[in-house]
Ligand binder design. Structure first.
Ligand code: ADP
Ligand code: MG
Length: 239
């Protein structure tokens, strides 16, 4: 299980997420939805110990997640990535493995093999020597997906991976999510689109500062819940 208990975060006195609790069985594909500013990014950053929390705990397989971050892989929101950083595709994928292999021992054969396999899986091995800044938005997102694959993490978290991505890339990403899930990995995917794509998730968490609803799509996507999360206008469109 992945267990989040009573998690709250304040930014200079302003509460961004309030007393969030949920449990997820391992091996699920979980969608996190909610309006802009709902605290979706804050929730995952707090889970990964990237920002200080006001209260609460996060456990993965009964131990604190913050002590097992090597088992996790996180792809932040596009806007948080420095796209001008002059790294080549190959290096971005290899960097994911630095922690495991140890910088000073250099990259072993296994690390190179994993990087190659991951880039082939997302269809970008041929572009491995390109600077990442020269790729399209969809290709860039696939590079970060490859980086997450190469790390062989058990818990993978993606913050709005479909933003600025073309349809073909979206399909590739969904296919890989399904494959990872069938390998028993746990995935959490932040999504602010409420379209048909929600059908792929085993479970949804609907957020607006507090956890408004969780469960299957049928349980979560009700006009009542949507109204509480998004206000009246949008709720009418989607329910
Ligand atoms: P979402 O990802 O759902 O759009 P965020 O987690 O980014 O929401 O933000 C939740 C709330 O916290 C928003 O009101 C946002 O303005 C605020 N916030 C986010 N990051 C910071 C920060 N570093 N400093 C201060 N306030 C922040
Ligand atoms: Mg966000």
């Amino acid at each position: 299980m992945l267990e989040v208990r009573n998690l709250s975060v304040d930014y200079r006195g302003n509460r961004a997420i309030d007393n969030i609790s949920f449990s997820i069985p391992l091996g699920q594909l979980v969608g996190i939805i909610g309006p802009n500013g709902a605290g979706k990014s804050t929730l995952v950053e707090a889970m990964l110990n990237l920002i200080p929390v006001t209260q609460g705990s996060v456990r993965f397989k009964e131990k604190f997640l913050k002590n097992q971050l090597l088992r996790t892989s996180y792809v932040p929101q596009r806007s948080l990535i420095d796209w001008d950083y002059p790294a080549r595709v190959w290096n971005v994928v290899m960097m994911a493995q630095t922690v495991q292999t140890g910088l000073f021992r250099g990259f072993g054969k296994q690390a190179r093999y994993s990087a190659r396999e991951a880039l082939e899986r997302v269809g970008l091995y041929d572009l491995r020597n390109r600077p990442i800044g020269e790729l399209s938005g969809g290709q860039q997102q696939r590079v970060f997906l490859a980086r997450a694959l190469a790390k062989e993490a058990e818990l993978l978290i993606f913050d709005e991976p479909f933003t600025g991505v073309d349809r073909k890339t979206e399909d590739i990403i969904y296919d890989i999510f399904q494959e990872l899930r069938s390998e028993g990995k746990t995935l959490m995917v932040i999504n602010h689109d409420l379209g048909d794509s929600l059908a792929v998730y085993d479970r949804l968490l609907l957020l607006n500062k507090r956890l408004i609803a969780q469960g299957s799509r049928q349980e979560v996507i009700t006009s009542d819940n949507l109204e509480r999360a998004y206000g009246r206008g949008l709720a009418r469109v989607f329910a």
